[in-house]
Ligand binder design. Structure first.
Ligand SMILES: Nc1ncnc2c1ncn2[C@@H]1O[C@H](COP(=O)(O)OP(=O)(O)OP(=O)(O)O)[C@@H](O)[C@H]1O
Ligand SMILES: [Mg+2]
Length: 362
């Protein structure tokens, strides 16, 4: 948790933000009656880490973020995470999956061309048709049997997250503000029901099919009567840079949290130490592992001063410290400082006029 906001995790908070994996998710109480889902039979969460190990294990969430992640877990509601670029919106999803042992994060990047169906499943009827033709030509030797539709149907990240897992999966709906105008409402309908139909399966005579998932093309899951209903509602993390206002009907069905830039040099230092302490600290041979050398502290202060003039993101600071650490072995302090500014240019053109030290875009 961010250093200026430390508070002992209370029992109700399953996600603590302390970055150490644990089994706290087993204490998650039953959902409120209006958010109970009855899908089954229960599936175990596939083994594997969250998929972005470094971001997950080095993330220091704010107290607000910790609280709202827990609220989303308890209420079985999607979490809408807003904030400026680089404030850690996407990383939060990986951090929660890592700490609570929720397996691989299902990542669904959103653009204006993405529709609900892309997240649910993909069906490839043409390849299925060609395969059926070939099987006919080959005679009985080549026949693939009547239940081959699962070879041509793969669930997407949203479709997979809604399978009847016994623990919530983490679904990252990344940059939902870039979506087509209809997607947020379409998503809400699915999240209200916790269920969807695969029409291609529903209209077949066979009651079951074994389909591919977003996790794997080999480990199939069985779908009965062409319908998927969730069991443990997934932790849905929807990120937004604020390029779009969402309607009240959408907002009222979400838990929301706005991530802020670290407010103090100490907070920023703690984040840098988490990411780079083992790299720059150890290389310099200064003190214990994790301690930052003076050069890194100077760049943090420089970043903080520059940020008061314009938009900068946390990962620009990490890049600058990493680069300057290597450059400092052969370059003068002035050249290193210049390099730092070039590696962390302002991200917003509004502030270009304010910059008098060469870093702003012109
Ligand atoms: N609170 C934090 N603790 C540790 N690392 C952080 C924190 N906030 C951001 N970072 C680091 O900053 C970088 C950017 O984070 P991330 O990609 O999650 O930001 P974002 O808000 O999703 O940005 P964008 O809007 O550009 O997608 C990552 O390397 C992440 O690990
Ligand atoms: Mg992001």
């Amino acid at each position: 948790m961010a250093s200026d906001e430390t508070a002992a995790p209370t029992d109700w908070q399953l996600y603590t933000g302390e970055r150490v994996p644990h089994e706290g998710i087993e204490r998650l109480p039953d959902p409120p009656p209006w958010r109970t889902f009855t899908g089954g039979p229960p599936l175990p969460v596939p083994p594997g880490d969250s998929g972005n190990r470094h971001a997950a294990a080095s993330y220091r969430p704010s107290r607000d973020a910790v609280r709202q992640v827990n609220a989303a877990l308890y209420l079985r509601r999607p979490l809408l995470v807003t904030g400026a670029p680089g404030t850690g919106k996407s990383s939060l999803a990986y951090a929660v999956a890592h700490e609570l042992g929720l397996g691989k994060v299902l990542h669904w990047p959103i653009t204006s061309r993405v529709a609900l169906r892309d997240g649910l499943y993909e069906y490839d009827p043409l390849t299925r048709l060609y395969a059926a033709e070939r099987a006919r030509e080959d005679g009985p030797r080549g026949a693939t049997g009547p239940d081959d539709i699962g070879d041509y149907l793969r669930l997407g990240p949203l479709g997979t997250a809604l399978l009847p897992y016994e623990r919530p999966r983490v679904l990252l709906v990344d940059e939902i503000d870039k979506s087509d105008i209809d997607l947020p409402n379409d998503l809400l309908t699915i999240f209200e029901k916790g269920s969807y139909e695969l029409v291609e399966l529903a209209r077949r005579a066979e009651p079951t099919a074994r389909v591919m998932t977003a996790d794997s093309t080999t480990d199939r899951v069985e779908i009965r009567d062409g319908t998927v209903t969730c069991r443990a509602f997934p932790l849905v993390v929807m990120t937004s840079n604020g390029e779009r206002e969402f309607p009240p009907a959408f907002l009222r069905r979400c838990v929301t949290v706005d991530l802020k830039q670290p407010a103090t040099v100490e907070e920023l230092t703690a984040i840098v130490r988490e990411h780079l302490g083992g790299v720059v600290g150890a290389d310099h041979g200064e003190g214990t592992e994790g301690e930052l050398p003076d050069g890194a502290r100077e760049i943090i202060e420089r970043f903080f001063a520059r940020r008061s003039k314009g938009l900068l993101a946390n990962d620009q600071l990490l890049n600058a410290i990493y680069m300057c650490h290597h450059a400092s072995f052969s370059e003068s302090p002035e050249t290193v400082a210049e390099l730092a500014d070039q590696v962390m240019p302002y991200l917003s053109r509004d502030t270009a006029g304010l910059d008098d030290d060469g870093g702003a875009p012109r």
